[in-house]
Ligand binder design. Sequence first.
Ligand code: P6P
Length: 315
Amino acid sequence: MTDLAQWLNRQTNDADLAQTIMSMAAAGAELAAVLRQAPIAGQTGLAGSENVQGEAQKALDVISNDIVLNHLKANSAVSILISEELDEAVDLSSQGRFIVATDPLDGSSNLDVNVTVGTIFSILPRAGGLLQKGSAQLAAGYIAYGPAASLVVRITGTTSVFTLDANGVWLLTLAAAQVPATSGEFAINTARERFWDAATTSYVRENVAGETGAAGKRYNMRWVGSMVADIHRILMRGGIFLYPLDSETVSKGGRLRLLYEANPMSWLVEGAGGRSTTGRQNILDVEPTDIHQRAPVILGSSEEVKRVEDWYRRA
Ligand code: P6P
């Protein structure tokens, strides 16, 4: 089986970029081992500190950030690290060519109930500065810590999936993920219905009406509460993920973060033939104004995302 190093040799002749992806993959392999033992080591639960979002940090959020930081510090190609867990961007190597933006442990509220969580990363050219559109990404990926540890990564070609083997090697298990254009599954936190805008409400109600309404087919709903888990399902079998702007999140610009959640996930989904929007524009075209900026996120099967965009046009 092809391993990550061999795949990288075929995907790019930029050795620094390949090394940076290897560093994130190595951090993921290390963190996978830590997470498997966390309840025994008593590492779940709160770290007693808060991140820039004012959210209570779990011990593992802090540990995850340290693991990523240690692997990137050892890689002279990385100039700057932007992390959900750090208020400010961190300068690493002065001659580095890349910026890495990461959510080192997304969905960490699921740790105490043993649900899949993940590490998300985005690699950008340092020359573009801290605030670049997602379309400037050089590569993006995530590690999903589930029944298997999956690494999903895309440079500019295919979105490919690797699985961590017993020796800590990432083996290629899906050369090119393909998000089916249509789907019968949608992912949204329906407890937020009272905050939704008209477009979201119309789209979801059409799905819930199933074969009795305009959608003309039955839908199922999934919401893990861990973005990496929901996006991985969509990459593997289709569907649509929605965390739209709503009346409660509008003041913050949305719920999920642009640089290290929305942009990398959009890069990966588009690499697999899916589609990504804020509702009104492609997520990858959003001009960031802050490294921790939030954004509405609607992405997945292209025909489903287009239906949502149609509702926004009508609204
Ligand atoms: P809600 C996890 O905290 C997260 O950032 C994403 O991983 C997840 O999709 C979302 O928030 C869940 O949000 O409002 O349903 O708890």
